[in-house]
Design a protein. Structure first.
Ligand SMILES: Nc1ncnc2c1ncn2[C@@H]1O[C@H](COP(=O)(O)OP(=O)(O)O)[C@@H](O)[C@H]1O
Ligand SMILES: [Mg+2]
Length: 580
């Protein structure tokens, strides 16, 4: 896993190598200072030599300056390397996610993908910084201090041997206790993010149902959960502090006791006593630091795992890459198609044994109750999902053999929950086809019955839309989405319940303009209102994932019980609305 992370340091390798090297120089400088101090005490003060004091003092200043400089430089390198690593990881994830199919996004859920791109990467980034600097520094300090203590006084080094195992055991225990707590903390954070995200995305709904208080409570719950999880972990770490302090105090007492005796027995110069004391403190501190770094690393491991899960995801939909494409005419065939969603285990088939043949230029309507698989059916045509069995053909070629852009380029799709993007109306319409001329935009807007209301805005086509198109009405938004799909001049136009917010008269005009202006285009419409589809060339009745009937309005009224039931229920309702 480490080597893999290292490969994302590309472009920042120099910083990643430079930082530890500089840290080592910095640490060595800091270790030389106590040695110089010993020299001042032993040879300068006790040896009564002012020159030694001056020389060693000047040297100390020089060494300290080098330490400061290399310290600052290494911090800079570590920051650069860590930021670079974060940037590379985010970019890799974003590239991967943009290639995800609907099924892949379903599998991860978009809120989890956002957390994996932000929070988890930040975790890795912070850990990289800590490992490049604090960990290397502590390790160098530890090794060098042990070696130096041993050379000055092997007897006093024994004190380290006594204290070390105690600290090591205490640290190991702490890690064992804290790992699961940190994991819980991360999950609590996930939950918190989810709550916030859901609320902000649906803020209008929350307000319209006056659910602010309830939602506030939900947030407080999630926030308290996170705080409690964090506190539990941190409290365990704080409890360690006294243990560490006792170890340090014990070490000091032991060194002073044995060292003092050695000085009195003239086995040790008094200056070295202070030096050894310094080194032993460094050793103990270093052990704590190494422990902390390891703790942080294990925390980041969970994040790395989550990030690599995204990077390793095998996209369910692979570009077919075919080159010899048929001319776009608009024929769509389903041959014995079965389909199921892959989320959480093997679900049941949502569509079963569907066979349909839609001719170029046909106007086809799909009706059926909610949840019978209408959206799922049309989503198979532009290959948002792949069939489970059977095949879908567009213009006689299996959709899995098309290059994705070649396939989707000939299909205009207005999704059930469609969105517009921040930008002007013109920019949004140009999504359909970047090279569309002004006349084509106007024609598409007219066909979708959007032209009049667009021109009623002071800025016309240059009116800017806020994110998701929140500043236009539901019906206007739907018409803009239809216009956007029409700018593409597709061979197949699919409208998934796209006129539900448009009044019946306007809907009738849209249908008329389709008839007149889209003669060669195959139109597939999903609608709730029978009144809006009864003029279709062909109506497909779906029932629980199977085709319950195909025919014209007249034929189906005669022969199809389900169709008649839907029709009757809408007559009784009087408002012409089916159960949505
Ligand atoms: N992304 C999805 N993941 C899992 N199940 C889904 C998904 N979308 C729809 N379903 C399920 O598939 C069935 C058909 O849904 P859908 O095609 O949207 O029906 P319709 O458009 O006719 O209302 C429903 O039972 C629904 O719960
Ligand atoms: Mg639907």
């Amino acid at each position: 896993m480490l080597r893999r992370i290292a490969s994302y340091l590309k472009g920042y390798g120099g910083y990643a190598v430079g930082s530890p090297l500089l840290v080592i120089v910095e640490t060595v400088c800091q270790l030389i200072i106590p040695l110089l101090m010993a020299r001042i005490i032993n040879q300068g003060i006790y040896g009564n030599s002012m020159t030694v004091v001056w020389q060693s003092g000047a040297l100390m200043v020089a060494v300290a300056l080098v330490a400061i400089f290399t310290g600052a430089m290494s911090a800079k390198c570590a920051a650069n390397a860590a930021q670079g690593l974060g940037a590379n990881l985010r970019q890799a994830e974003f590239r991967k996610i943009s290639g995800f199919s609907f099924a892949d996004i379903d599998r991860f859920s978009s809120s989890s993908l956002i957390t994996r791109m932000t929070n988890d990467v930040t975790n890795i980034q912070n850990t990289a910084m800590i490992c490049l600097r604090i960990f290397i520094r502590a390790l160098t300090m530890l090794v060098a201090s042990v070696v130096l203590t041993l050379t000055i006084s092997p007897q006093l080094a024994l004190v380290v041997l006594v204290i070390l195992p105690i600290m090591a055991v205490a640290l190991l225990a702490l890690m064992k206790i804290c790992f699961p707590l940190f994991e819980k903390m991360q999950r609590a954070l996930d939950h918190l993010n989810e709550t916030v995200q859901e609320n902000l995305i649906a803020v209008r709904v929350v307000k319209s149902y006056v659910r602010e208080n309830r939602e506030r409570e939900k947030f407080i719950d999630a926030n308290d959960g996170f705080t409690a999880a964090g506190l539990r972990a941190v409290m365990r770490m704080v409890a360690m502090q006294p243990v560490m302090m006792i170890c340090m105090a014990a070490a000091t007492v032991l060194v002073l006791y044995f060292g003092g005796n050695m000085v009195l027995g003239l086995e040790l110069d008094v200056g070295y006593l202070q030096t050894v004391l310094d080194y032993i403190m460094q050793i103990l501190m270093s052990i704590m630091m190494v422990g902390m770094a390891i703790l942080q690393y294990t925390r980041a491991q969970a994040s790395m795992h989550r990030v690599f899960e995204v990077l390793d995801a095998q996209s369910a939909i692979v570009d077919g890459g075919g080159t010899d494409l048929p001319a776009p005419r608009g024929r769509v065939e389903f041959r014995d198609v079965s389909f199921r969603y892959q989320t959480e285990g093997a679900g049941e088939d949502v569509l079963r044994g569907i066979s349909l043949d839609i001719q170029p230029g046909e106007f086809v309507a799909i009706v059926g109750g909610t949840g019978t698989g209408k959206s799922s059916l049309v989503n198979l045509i532009p290959r948002f999902y792949d069939v489970h069995r059977g095949k879908v053909l567009v213009d006689g070629m299996d959709v899995r053999d098309y290059p994705l852009d070649g396939l989707r380029g000939r299909i205009g799709m207005v999704l059930q929950n469609n969105v517009l993007f921040s930008g002007t109306i013109r920019e949004n319409l140009l999504w359909g086809n970047e090279n569309a001329t002004e006349e084509e935009l106007i024609q598409a807007a007219k066909d979708a019955q959007a032209y009049d209301f667009i021109m009623s805005f002071p800025d016309g086509f240059d009116t800017s839309l806020d994110q998701g198109g929140v500043n236009v009405s539901g019906g206007q938004k739907q018409r803009l989405c239809i216009a956007r799909a029409m700018v593409r001049k597709p061979a197949v136009l699919i409208l998934d319940d796209s006129t539900s917010a448009v009044d019946s008269a306007t809907e009738g005009r849209i249908r008329e303009s389709f008839r007149e202006n889209l003669k060669g285009t195959t139109v597939i419409i999903i609608a709730q209102r029978i009144s809006s589809v009864q003029y279709a060339d062909k109506i497909v009745v779906l029932d629980e994932g199977t085709v319950a009937g195909v025919g014209t309005h007249g034929e189906l009224m005669e022969t199809n019980k389900i169709y008649r039931e839907i029709y009757d229920s809408q007559q009784e309702g009087g408002d012409g609305n089916g159960g949505t």
